[in-house]
Design a protein around this ligand. Sequence first.
Ligand code: TMP
Length: 254
Amino acid sequence: MARRRQIYEGKAKILFEGPEPGTLVQYFKDDATAFNNQKKGVITGKGVLNNRISEYLMTCLGEIGIPTHFVRRLNMREQLVREVEIIPIEVVIRNVVAGSLAKRFAMEEGTALPRSIVEFCYKSDEMGDPLVSEEHITAFGWAAPQDLDEIMAMSLRINDFLTGLFLGIGLKLIDFKLEFGRLWENEQMRIVLADEISPDSCRLWDVKTNEKLDKDRFRRDLGNVEEAYQEVARRLGILPESGPRDMPGPETMQ
Ligand code: TMP
């Protein structure tokens, strides 16, 4: 079979040309990075789990009417997605103080926020994804004011839905990051949810013990990183069934 054309390689995923115009294949790697690429590692099986977790969450969101780029999962590590023009903004939604918010304001991690906070970062590895305001986004033309309103409304709706979904499986959605893209259909532009939703892009704490079940286990060298991702998939009821043989051993790593 002819080698597929690679469109883009990010830190955790690769995008290939899709089978039809307007589609891409999103491949999930086991590579993990933190602190803007300063810390690098491999979380064995992460790509397989994130592919499933993101498929599941995007499908649920689709069912409540949130438009997403997701089309269908193709195999263990790949999903078919609609090709979108990524808006260069990371939308971070926070329900509980943690991570960079705790650091920025010298606040204790775990403090519940009286209302959810939405933050925006400009996607730029060279600049270290700086925090930006709505004014920067509209003045620099990264998104129009009405696009930003739509992004904000969708993000809050996604937060409400995911908070309930995770609570149902004993997990607190502390914070998470979303990305959106522009999709053109017959001269009409729609904003859709893109990228992924997984323990790479969410903070998830066990409701009873506050145990961290997300990428902070890797960022902070807490151990049992693979197990945490597996536990999230298990609770969602989507753990690949055939056990370890279904997971990529070292022989299938790139
Ligand atoms: P932060 O506290 O480090 O700013 O992260 C907030 C949330 O966003 C957390 O759930 C992790 C996620 N996130 C990403 O998905 N990608 C990133 O590059 C960063 C910095 C955070």
